[in-house]
Design a binder for this molecule. Sequence first.
Ligand code: FAD
Ligand code: UQ1
Length: 413
Amino acid sequence: KHSCKLLVVGGGSGGCAVAAKFAKNMKKDEIIVVDPADMHYYQPMFTMIGGGIKKLKDAGRKMGDVLPKNAKWLKDSVTEFNPKNNQIQTKSGDIINYDYMLVGVGLQLNYDKIPGVLEGLSMKNSGVCSNYSPKYVDRTYEALQQFESGNAIFTFPNSPVKCPGAPQKVMYISEHYFRKMGKRDKANVIYNTSLPVLFGVKKYADALWKIVKERNINVNLRTNLIEVRPSEKVAVFENLDKPEQKTTMEYSMLHVTPPMSTPDVLRTCKDLVNDAGYVDVDKDTLRSTKFGNVFAIGDCGNSPNSKTAASVAAQSQIVFKNMQAVMNGQDPKSVYDGYASCPLVTGYGSCILAEFDYNLTPTETFPISQDREMFIMYMMKKDFMPPLYWHMMLNGYWNGPGLMRSVMHLGMK
Ligand code: FAD
Ligand code: UQ1
């Protein structure tokens, strides 16, 4: 049995960043972070690993090395939330009482929801790969190297996902890889997405449509992967507008973005979540709509922003300030504008940096129109972001580029 002032559930991007902010002026026994993971992964690097640009070992650090020293880490997983009693239970049977709780458990990858995918991902040389998990990300570059000819299919599932640009970034990198290796004329590159659009923000969608047309990539909208038969190298898709209409496609390479949901333990706590299983929060303050001493950060909350680490960075300061206000008996006043950012890597050496808010209005940091492929944005994604993440964000010093943006745009409006 434990008790603490602040309980942080999940030591991922959001949990770690906010715990670090609080740890600067609280006592060690006042903060507990619960997370069962050995490793903390910088998931945005997975796209680069799939393309053979980075190594998996560069994307992970030991959880104990990134969590704030001035907080207590319980290496355990929460198995039950009981917000009415300000209490949670863990797998090893501990009960923790808290005054305030921050939920940052992220999303669960449901590969098992599509028959045949896990089998394909565990078979050698099956061509099935997935950047989304550290368990499978290395398979992507292997599949690229082994590819000789045929269909290279990239999927986007029928559920919300983290980093909605990532399912197509891997495709652009792959297409470029085939060109570099002189295999492009033998490859049929296909993007099968459940969404009705290529990207949710028109400005960037227009730019991406131009790219897929120029590069002869076939895009099928409202097309959802429902089965894989790895022994036959065949994938089955449904047309989401006419569910009786199923299409079977052969593949040489199949990149699967799995359906996602919040973790089961959260989804089943009806007190905390909405019907879709996400923590029900006020979209401005990120405070639970049901429990005044509970907040959520990142992918597991129901604020209608795009789920990215960049959003988490912007949210971290809002959550920190609002939780502090509530701890001091005041109203939470900081407002999150829904900022999200997605560096759409479009090949080896090019990237479109999408940035936007709740209204899907572009909120670009740099005083140039960002709907173009740029080398500098690629370098930023590859070389500038990782140290920013490890050294600044996880230590509570990076609140997103909002301030940078104001400075960059000084006198320009
Ligand atoms: P996470 O960082 O996922 O952390 C969740 C934590 O909760 C984990 O440590 C987990 O162990 C823990 N947890 C889970 N269940 C429990 C439990 N029951 N008890 C205790 N702890 C638990 N974002 C960008 O901004 N730019 C990008 O270019 C980008 N690219 C991406 C590419 C890929 C392939 C992927 C997978 C993601 C990408 N993202 C990108 C998204 C970004 O990584 C996430 O949005 C971000 O990490 C979310 O942070 P979080 O704190 O909500 O969750
Ligand atoms: C960002 O803040 C962030 O979080 C650390 C990312 O995740 C890796 C990003 O990809 C991006 C683009 C941002 C936004 C930062 C700038 C400087 C525009």
